[in-house]
Design a protein around this ligand. Structure first.
Ligand SMILES: [Zn+2]
Length: 160
């Protein structure tokens, strides 16, 4: 079980991102989405946003997005991809899911839900919210409240 840094999460929760009503034109949708959260729709943000959000809910790492951008002939560096993903996360367009110290996924579905992580396949799957039973919630330190509980359930293939 991974507990998000509470102070940071609380701050993020204070300004929930309004989700843009989709117009059916992904390019216009991305532009409206960026404007709504106060990010200037630069060429790079637009291109990366379009790759991220035009295909429905997904989980993606910075490396995966960089690869897709490169294939789509979007001239960006991996550093720019990282920065953009973190900017999108800060304004609530993405949710960060840390699987372990080295692997961070970005989720385009920012609603409350938990994840399966398939070990060895590096796949992150949504768990329908109703299916998760969280045990006793820990008591937050004085002055804090629990903003969110992220559960990552690790899966491995059964031996044949
Ligand atoms: Zn998810």
């Amino acid at each position: 079980m991974i507990f998000t840094n509470v102070a940071e999460a609380t701050e993020r929760l204070a300004s929930p991102a309004p989700r843009t009503v989709l117009t059916g034109c992904p390019w216009q949708d991305v532009k409206a989405m960026l404007r709504e959260v106060g990010l200037r729709p630069t060429r790079q943000r637009m291109a990366l946003g379009w790759i991220l959000f035009a295909k429905g809910d997904r989980h993606i790492t910075a490396e995966m997005l960089y690869e897709e951008a490169t294939k789509a002939k979007v001239p960006v560096s991996l550093a720019t991809v990282y920065n953009t993903l973190h900017q999108f996360t800060d304004v609530g367009l993405l949710r960060q899911v840390a699987v372990d110290g080295s692997k961070t996924y970005f989720d385009t579905n920012v609603s409350q839900h938990h994840h399966f992580f398939v070990e060895g396949e590096n796949a992150l799957l949504d768990i329908p919210d109703a299916d998760v039973v969280v045990g006793k919630t820990p008591v937050a330190p004085a002055g804090y409240e629990i903003a969110r509980i992220d559960v990552v359930v690790r899966l491995r293939r059964k031996a044949p």
